[in-house]
Design a protein around this ligand. Structure first.
Ligand code: F0G
Length: 477
């Protein structure tokens, strides 16, 4: 009989105790943090769903690998192990380590983009677009329209709309497009996957026009699992086989190993073209470190090499995404507005639907994330207008169609009971949602403003209208 449960293919060997806080402490903490969950000390957080980036638990094999770190400046044995793992599972002949994903994005953008160029992508990601713009390119969103609809159950909301890509090529010319940037899965769309059929079609199109295709492979293993589960004809293939084909359709990839690859730090740039790889290595020695360590210690390279091998195992990825779906289903069952279908690394609350009384310029998602923290000690992340920032040319606030709060699930870290607490807390907050007040900036950084921005409640009463807010049925008050 085949097992139905997504139960974990591991057991716990070490635990990390968490500090419990009172509601009064959390009210103070969020005020001191300028109502920005990025600015909270993590000691004040109970369940940390800010990000799945660098927050995974490493295996005993990875920790053992840390002791095998070869800290030679050049040619560390751990680099060769990493190179072998990337070549075996992702298939890129040139492997250049970087300190994390944005190091690879910076290197690639500088190597390929000339001022005045255009880079189309299946929705923006914050650091990816920032590096494209820094190198002088204009970003163009070419994702399918349905990606902007939080309630559609479309299985592949990460797909590229080829007519949008075609229109851009006609408008600016293929020679002004150094590459098409394709993310798998699409973080800002809710962790939604791109289909293999679409990726193949994008590949055919880019090849016909002589344009490169660069994959953001940060969560490509998760994307491969969705392809296996949802795409006709893919059921009998392994996740590793699908991943390899996805990469084979691209000319290169930027990778944040802090997600799929189960490490706390690290990334890489994978390339096929010798000349581009030469240029990238020249840049890496300036900005990251020697081309064989890219800003990482040898032990970090080793942990990432082992993490790659663990990440593509069927039982791992089934359990990882199974846990995310478990939380998502609990919220759906309770009638909470979430992005559908549930994505690979996170459950996204639809803040615009949950707090319709707040106008967009009072940042409903930022307010919801702050309120959830105060109510429960759970830390989430805004993924709406604050993250979107301002138009690079006009300076006007961007208001993306999706105004979301991301409950991001670290890999191999929290239990099913933790997921139950998260669901209970969101449901309890949903019941008093009309009492949540909006926020306004008190400090707005110029770049990637969501990381360090500070806010205050629009209403003098504070985060909540205090009127008869019922005592929470939540654990820690
Ligand atoms: N691409 C995607 C799709 C990402 O989600 C991230 C990071 C990066 C690139 C950059 O990688 O952080 O290693 O430099 N996402 C994190 C998140 C920060 O919380 O979603 P990095």
């Amino acid at each position: 009989m085949s097992r139905q449960s997504w139960a974990e293919p591991w057991r716990i060997k070490v635990v990390e105790p968490l500090r419990m806080t009172s509601r009064a402490e959390r009210e103070r903490a969020i005020r001191d943090a300028g109502y920005n969950t990025f600015l909270l000390p993590s000691d004040d957080v109970y369940i940390d769903l800010l990000t799945d980036s660098g927050t995974s638990a490493m295996s005993d094999r990875q920790w053992a690998g840390m002791m095998l770190g070869d800290e030679a400046y050049a040619g560390s044995r751990n680099f060769y192990h990493l190179q072998d793992a990337v070549r075996q599972y992702y298939g890129y002949p040139h492997v250049i380590p970087t300190h994390q994903g944005r190091g690879a994005e910076h290197t690639l953008s500088r190597a390929l983009i000339k001022p005045g160029d255009h880079v189309p992508g299946n929705m923006y990601f914050t650091t990816t677009r920032a590096h494209q713009e820094l190198a002088g390119a204009t970003f163009h969103d070419i994702i399918v329209d349905i990606a902007h609809d939080p309630v559609s159950e479309c299985p592949f909301k990460g797909d590229v709309d080829l007519s949008k890509l075609d229109a851009l090529v006609r408008h600016v010319g293929a020679d002004r497009i150094p590459y098409v940037s394709v993310a798998a899965t699409v973080n800002m769309a809710g962790g939604q996957p791109i289909s293999l059929a679409n990726l193949r079609a994008v590949r055919a199109f880019t090849r016909a026009h002589g344009i490169r295709l660069i994959l953001d492979a940060t969560r490509a293993v998760e994307n491969a699992w969705f392809i296996q589960q949802r795409e006709p004809g893919q059921k009998s293939r392994t996740v590793a086989e699908i991943l390899f084909e996805m990469c084979a359709l691209s000319d290169g990839a930027t990778m944040s190993g802090k997600k799929d690859s189960l490490v706390n730090i690290g990334g890489w740039l994978g390339l096929r073209e010798d000349a581009v790889a030469d240029e990238a290595r020249n840049l890496v020695v300036l900005f990251e470190g020697l081309h064989s360590y890219g800003g990482l210690a040898g032990r970090d390279l080793e942990a990432m090499a082992i993490g790659i091998e663990e990440s593509v195992r069927e039982e791992h990825i089934r359990s990882r995404i199974g846990q995310v779906l478990y939380l998502g289903q609990a919220l759906i069952d309770a009638g909470i507005p979430v992005v559908r279908p549930i994505g690979g690394h996170a459950v996204y609350l639809d803040a615009a639907a949950m707090l319709p009384h707040l106008p967009r310029d009072q940042f409903p998602a930022q307010a919801l994330a702050a309120a959830l923290y105060v109510e429960s000690g759970i830390r989430s992340m805004e993924r709406g207008a604050v993250s979107a920032g301002r138009d690079a040319l006009t300076g006007a606030n961007l208001y993306p169609a999706l105004e979301l709060v991301r409950l991001t699930i670290p890999r191999r870290v929290y239990t099913q009971a933790h997921m139950d607490v998260v669901a209970e807390s969101v449901i309890a907050l949903h019941e008093v949602r009309e009492q949540v007040h909006g926020l306004q900036f008190t400090y707005e950084p110029q770049r990637l403003r969501f990381f360090q921005a500070r806010f205050k409640p629009v209403d003098a009463a504070g985060m909540f209208s205090d009127a008869e807010r019922p005592e929470r049925a939540l654990a820690m008050s």
